[in-house]
Write a protein that binds this ligand. Structure first.
Ligand SMILES: NC(=O)c1ccc[n+]([C@@H]2O[C@H](COP(=O)([O-])OP(=O)(O)OC[C@H]3O[C@@H](n4cnc5c(N)ncnc54)[C@H](OP(=O)(O)O)[C@@H]3O)[C@@H](O)[C@H]2O)c1
Length: 337
């Protein structure tokens, strides 16, 4: 039974120029949708906020279509099935689904993924056992191909993707160095996650720290940020390095021309490879990877951190905060119990 009647949703009011502002978003009320044949009605428990959403607010060529003006902002949630017209899902099941920034959504049952609610907390299905964890796993292992004793550098290293990349790198026997934007984040990745070194890219001289921490050069670079940090890493590659271009968050709010890379000559000198990635490229192997990640989480080989903001109304503020490094761990909105 559904006793509530109103579905709140965040829609795109206008396209942000530069950093998004609260005025770019609008909250609207609508009736709770009725699931059609083959659909399920989901009540959102947690909404995942991710950097890729900034790209969807822009009307530009990308790997996915932009959100239209007045449309619900794209996003994945973990929620409870409240009504089911789909034979493989029952009322009460916990699922993830791309219903966007809204409290309720009706969606074809075949488009949702059932979550094991007995295993790690369900919020992890949007983080370490969801899109960010899988990104770290496939990007590092399939493109980075780290070898014991190599030096791995990861940017945005305390974040949802970066923290997993660094820990997987340690499991592979690498020397791991991370960059992050506060001393608290830098201390966390060294003291709690076991990184070998960390650089606060906002307060330290990244170039001299890289020289100090990576005396033999960088074999694998997992790039989440682009911009100046990436330029410096490119100038300090070891021979036959692998560079994984996962994200370029330092450029997502730029209004002018994108920055760099300006030093591709480094690839010729070191015979290195650079490759862009998208986590969905490994869709057929996601379940296999999720099982491994889940075992490592349960055996505490992998640690994770979540940054949970209470209240659906706070979604735009929290998203803007993500672009400024306010989140410390995977950013989630706690929408309902
Ligand atoms: N290709 C794919 O399939 C895929 C999938 C998932 C994510 N990604 C990308 O991976 C990256 C990390 O995503 P995430 O989910 O793990 O986010 P996250 O790291 O949890 O959060 C974003 C972090 O980026 C850092 N940041 C923000 N502005 C920055 C700037 N100008 N320069 C440097 N760092 C900045 C901030 O940390 P600091 O305090 O350290 O600055 C912020 O906390 C993003 O670029 C995202 O687009 C790609």
């Amino acid at each position: 039974m559904v006793s509530e009647t109103v579905n709140k949703k965040w829609v795109l009011k206008k396209r942000p120029e530069g950093y998004p502002s609260i005025d770019d978003f609008d909250i609207v009320n609508s009736p709770i949708p009725d699931p059609k044949h083959g659909e399920v009605l989901i009540k959102t428990l947690y909404l995942s906020l991710d950097p890729y959403m900034r790209g969807r607010l822009r009307d530009a060529k990308s790997y996915a279509s932009p959100v239209g003006l007045g449309e619900v902002i794209t996003g994945e949630v973990v929620g409870r099935v409240i009504r089911s017209n789909y034979q493989s899902l029952e009322v009460g099941d916990i699922v993830t689904a791309h219903i966007g920034w809204q409290q309720w959504g009706s969606i074809p049952g075949q488009m949702v993924r059932k979550v094991d609610s007995q295993k790690p907390p369900i919020s992890t299905s949007l983080g370490i056992l969801g899109m960010p964890g899988l990104t770290a796993y496939f990007g590092l292992l399939e493109i980075g191909k780290p070898i014991v004793g190599e030096t791995l550098v990861v940017s945005a290293a305390s974040g949802a993707v970066g923290a997993i990349v660094g820990q997987l790198g340690k499991m592979m026997g690498c020397r791991v160095i991370g960059t992050a934007g506060t001393n608290q984040k830098v201390n966390y990745i060294v003291d709690e996650l076991g990184f070998d070194g960390a650089i606060n890219y906002k307060t330290q001289n990244v170039e001299s720290e890289i020289h100090k921490l990576c005396p033999n050069g960088i074999d694998v670079y997992f790039d989440n940020v682009g911009g100046e940090v990436t330029d410096i890493v490119m100038n300090n590659l070891a021979m036959y390095a692998r560079i994984i271009i996962c994200g370029q968050i330092s450029q997502y709010n730029s209004v002018g021309q994108e920055q760099g890379p300006r030093n591709l000559w480094a690839l010729i000198r070191t015979r290195s490879k650079i490759q862009g990635m998208l986590v969905t490229d490994w869709e057929r192997k996601h379940e296999q990877a999720r099982t491994r990640l889940s075992e490592w989480v349960l055996s505490e080989k992998l640690k994770y951190k979540e940054y949970v903001v209470e209240g659906f109304e706070k979604s735009p503020q929290a998203f803007i905060g993500l672009m400024n490094g306010e989140n410390f761990g995977k950013l989630l909105i706690h929408v309902s119990e």
